[in-house]
Structures are given as C-alpha cells and as structure tokens.
Ligand binder design. Structure first.
Ligand code: AGP
Length: 601
C-alpha cells in the first residue's frame, strides 16, 4: 500500500503536497517523493520517510500544481530510484501510483526502446503516456488509453509539464477528490487534505478525473459523469497529533470520545432497541443459520470478540475466519449465511478477496468499517460505520474498541430481531456499552502507573497474554500490539492452553498479562496464573475480580461494567505496549515493515 496525493490551485503546491504526505505516511514509509509542475517538471524523491525527503525539498517553490507519493515497497527495494514519482525519458510526464500493475512486464516490452531507471511496476506508465502524447493524443485521452491497458489494481495521478490539469484514475485502489477554496486536492485518503477541505468526491472504479484550479470533470470512458459531493463530519484537526508525542498515544486517549460517536443515537436504553442504518429484514435474520466473520489482524480479533456475542446474544452459530484463509465451503447454504467483513480501512486486499469469494457463492454480505467511500463499501449489500474518526498510527487502537462496540450493537440488533434476546438482557449489554467510555477514561487516568510497570518489565525475554472467552481475543490483541510496536516477542494464548505446551516457555523473565474480568472466566484463569507463578513468572492482571489480588505481582483495576470489561482491559495493554516501545525509542507510529492497510494479498 502507498499514499498518493495531488494539488492544483492558486496556492504554492509544495507545502500542501509535503504536509499531505506526512498525513499519508501511515500508508507506507519506505520512500517518498514530490513532482512540481509548470512548463517543466521538478522531481524530488528519496528512500526513507517523508522527513528524509524534506531535507532535499526546496524551502519554497512557486509551482501551483504537484503530486506526491509515500511508498510501501512491493516491486523493488526501497531505494531512491524506486521512489515515486516516476517519469518518462524526456521528464515531461510524472506518475504516482498505489497498487500493483500485474502486466507490467509485457507492457515494458512494448516500450523496450525506453531506458528504465527503476525496478518498479509503475515506471512503465509514464513511458506509455509519453508515447501516446508523442503520437498526438490529447492528455486525457493518453491517460485513458494507457489506463485501459493496465491489469491489476491501481490509483494513479498524472502530471504533465505544460498541461494545466492533473489526471487521476482508479481501479480497486482508493482515490478521493477534495474541493477546496484555493483549488482541488487528490489523495488516497482524506487525511491528506482534511485541513483544507471536508467537501469530497469519491472516485469510482474506472472513472477518470481531470482537475484544474477551478474544479473537476469526471469521465467514464467517453462519457462525462455527474460529480457527487459529500460533506465529511471528521474534524479538521482529526489527523493531527494534538500535543501527543505519537498518533498512537493520541488515538489511545481518543477512545472515550470515539466510542461516544460510535454509540450515539444507535440505541434506546429503555426498550433495549438498537437502530442501525442497515437493510437486514427480520425475516432474513430469522432464516440465517450462520454468521461468518472475515477479517485480518486486529479486526479479526474484534470479530472473535463479536462471535462470542453473536452466539450468546443472537443464538446464531458464528465463525471467524482469517480472511486470507477463507473459502466459502463446508456445505454451507449461501442463502442462510451472512458474511460480515470487519475492516478499519475498507481496503485490506485479503478481506476484499474473501468477500468476493462469499459474493460469488451468493451469500449476503455486510461490512463493518471506519472508512466512508472505501472499496469494501462498494462490494457489500450493507455497511455499518464504526465512526472512530481517522486513525493514523499503524497499530490499531481506538478502531478496535469502536469495532467491538459496533459489532456488539449488531449482535443485540440481530438477537432482538431473532427473538433470542430479551429486552432485559439487551438493556444489560447496552448499559455495559454505555459505561465503556467512562471506564476507559478511568484507565487512561492511570497512565503514569502503567508506564512505571512498563519500565520495570521492558527488558523481559518475552511477554505472554492470557484470557478466556471474551478475554482471549483481548489477549491476542494485547500481544499483537506489543510485538508490532516494541518488536519484542509477545504471544496471546487461551489461558487453558498454556499447560498444553506454551508453559515450557515460561520463566522468571517472561511476564504473563492476564484478563480477569466479567465474560472471561476469571476464576478458571486464576488456576493458570498459579501455574505460571509456580514457574516464577511475574503476573500482571487487569482485573474486576475479587479474589485474585494475592496471586498478582501487579494488579490494575477494571471498573465493573459487565460484558465490555475486556475492552477496558485492552486499554491497559495498549498503554503498556506503547510505553515499552517508547522506552526502547521505537518508531511507534510507523513500525518497521508494516503499513496501515495492506492492499496486496
Ligand atoms: C493492527 O494493529 C494492524 N495494523 C493490522 O493487524 C490491521 O488490523 C489489519 O491489517 C487489518 O486492517 P483493516 O482493519 O484495515 O482491514
């Protein structure tokens, strides 16, 4: 996955493009580059993060058009040469690209007379466009003709020296247009230009946008299509650090606010009713035999939490699949199977591919996502938005909490529609959800204590997270967070499984972090804590459970709010991971080798 951006308007393009790249850096940080355009092209590009690029950018530049790119490498290592933008031989056409051109080798053969300077799949595009221009094509026609030859997924932005317009086209990769007062913006994600405008147009697959300083025209082949504008609700400072050292820490602290937005207006505590803007008729919900959740990483763990809730609240068999392993098989009846894709970005290739398999089989599909206009929302019958606001840190934090909260609402909704959940029990779950923001705030207020514990244990050999039932996905998520940002060895286990193997790893240098809350069978987990204590492991427990204290080296209180307590526990895990990583001076917002959303399978 990469981030691409563009601007054409009345203001100098350079600061707009470079600030946009900083906001898109979560999408890739192997290299970055900018092309500024007037009668010629000025291209600056460098391996490494946007900060490295800034060292070679001029202090100021007059050009009012430009494009930019931040890269997560797929074809070719992260070198200066492989950084985008890529240009033709004459240096007239510059292209930034997000996605993969599957047929780039055969296309390269078509322009074999050109000298290629990179190993990327992208560089063939400016050479091909230059060939079309040399043959007399108008700029838009040249871009369209070349796009028609590309196989694979792409969002590309093209700038041409001496041409006042920027051109953009997409297929299976995101691209959004911003309508600003000073000009027009383009980006993979609105966070690139949120400080300039919140009026946007999402480009659809195979649409070509032609932007100049006055506006945008959109074409599908030869035909002009209407430009639909949307107004985003995200606040202009949503993609800024707001005084925190890292986006991740800001996003951890944003959880109470994000959750209030997730929940706002979606339930009635008196009746236990849930209102979600989805078309899932009662008749259909009563006919389903199974819910299949498909997701990756943190979203998969949110799905595992939800699976417990669907089974217990809605009385429906629920399976959770790692999206890259998913097949629609096992004798399932597609008419009686609801497939729910959980994806923060809405762009994860593995999840989209799983969804397409479900669609092909004829199953009904639903997306739970944070991202309006994302690819997933175009491929499902219904979408439910988690409303967490932009998440820039590569490690998912607030979106996990908001995903679980949204899925819990969905479980109550399905449970009520199926007649499986009494209003009293529904109200119990909704009370717990209502208590979640306040309970998380109580944990956030204890951050200094968590940091002290992180200092004590940061140099451990490994970290093991354990939990049962609803505590298990939270153990998995705690370990994922720690390994992602600290690079320490961390594993999550179903607590009962420890004695079946992992116990062999436990020593006095492997802290065990345990979930001891409502919904996580704390009494049974205590037995596992005793087992690790007998092997001298230090135990850190996040607990709402009376009776565990004497077995814990560190005890963190979890406010008693019922079924959502493990999500509160997770906030301790997030703060612990953050501070361990911070003590080690890791690149917290952009951990090595990772990207925020992974758009390759
Ligand atoms: C979480 O910290 C990771 N960045 C990663 O596991 C992520 O959750 C996964 O790639 C799925 O992304 P999605 O929710 O955007 O589909």
């Amino acid at each position: 996955m990469c981030g691409i951006t563009g601007y054409v308007g009345a203001d100098p393009a350079l600061p707009i493009i470079s600030d946009g790249l900083s906001n898109l850096e979560y999408r890739g940080y192997d290299s970055a580059g900018v092309a500024l355009v007037d009668e010629g092209l000025s291209v600056y590009k460098r391996s490494g993060a946007v900060a490295a690029l800034r060292e070679i950018l001029p202090e100021s530049a007059a050009q009012q058009r430009g494009i930019g790119h931040t890269r997560w490498s797929t074809h070719g290592p992260p070198t200066d040469e492989n950084a985008h933008p890529h240009t033709d031989e004459a240096g007239r056409v510059a292209v930034v690209h997000n996605g993969i051109i599957e047929n780039y080798e055969s296309l390269r053969a078509e322009v074999s007379e050109c000298t290629f300077t990179s190993e990327t799949d992208t560089e063939v595009i400016p050479h091909l466009i230059a060939r079309e221009l040399a043959a007399g094509s108008a700029p838009r026609d040249a871009v369209q003709t070349v796009a028609d030859c590309l196989a694979g997924s792409f969002a590309i932005v093209v700038a041409i020296a001496g041409v006042e317009q920027l051109f953009a086209i997409r297929k299976d990769s995101p691209l959004v247009i911003g309508h600003g007062e000073s000009g027009m913006f383009l980006a993979s994600d609105v966070t690139a230009f949120l400080e300039h405008t919140r009026t946007v147009t999402y480009l659809e697959d195979n649409e070509l946008a032609e932007l100049d300083s006055d506006g945008v025209s959109i074409y599908r082949g030869e035909d002009a299509v209407a430009v639909e504008r949307e107004q985003l609700e995200w606040e202009a400072d949503a993609a800024e650090k707001g005084g925190y050292d890292h986006y991740m820490l800001k996003e951890i602290h944003e959880q109470p606010r994000a959750l209030r937005k997730t929940l706002s207006g979606r339930f009635d505590l008196d009746s236990g009713a849930v209102t979600l803007d989805v078309d899932l008729p009662s008749e259909y919900l009563n006919s389903i035999e199974e819910i299949q959740i498909v997701a990756c990483g943190t979203s998969n763990y949110a799905g595992r939490y939800a699976a417990e809730l669907f089974e217990s609240l809605a009385d429906v068999r629920t399976t959770v699949e790692i999206a890259s392993e998913y097949t629609f098989s096992g004798g399932r009846d597609p008419w009686r199977t609801l497939v729910v894709a959980v994806t923060q970005s809405g762009e994860t290739a593995d999840t989209l591919s799983a969804l397409r398999r479900a669609n092909r089989a004829g199953a009904r599909t639903l997306a739970v996502t944070n991202t309006l206009g994302s690819t997933v929302t175009r491929e499902v019958e219904d979408s439910v938005f988690i409303r967490a606001g932009p998440e820039i840190g590569v490690a998912a934090t607030k979106t996990f909490a908001s995903q679980v909260a949204t899925l819990a609402l969905l479980a109550v909704f399905v449970g009520r529609e199926r007649g499986a959940l009494s209003s009293t029990d529904a109200i119990g779950v909704l009370e717990s959800l209502r208590g979640l923001p306040g309970a998380i705030q109580q944990v956030l207020d204890l951050e200094d204590e968590v940091r002290l514990v992180a200092e004590e244990y940061a140099e451990s050999d490994a970290f093991f997270f354990i939990g049962r039932r609803l505590g298990w996905p939270v153990a998995l998520e705690g370990a994922l967070k720690l390994k992602e940002i600290s690079y320490d060895h961390a594993e999550g286990f179903a607590a009962g499984e420890l004695k079946h193997g992992p116990l062999a790893l436990v020593t006095d240098r492997t802290p065990v972090l345990a979930v001891l809350t409502d919904g996580s069978r704390p009494k049974e987990t205590l037995n596992n804590i005793k087992e690790v204590q007998a092997r001298s492991a230090p135990v850190i427990g996040a607990s709402s459970f009376d009776g565990g204290s004497s077995y814990l080296d560190v005890e963190w209180d979890v406010p008693a709010i019922g079924v959502m307590e493990p999500i509160v526990t997770n906030v301790y895990w997030q703060l612990f991971a953050y501070h361990v990583a911070d003590l080690k001076d890791r690149s917290i917002d952009q951990p090595r080798n990772l990207a925020k959303s992974v758009t390759v399978e």
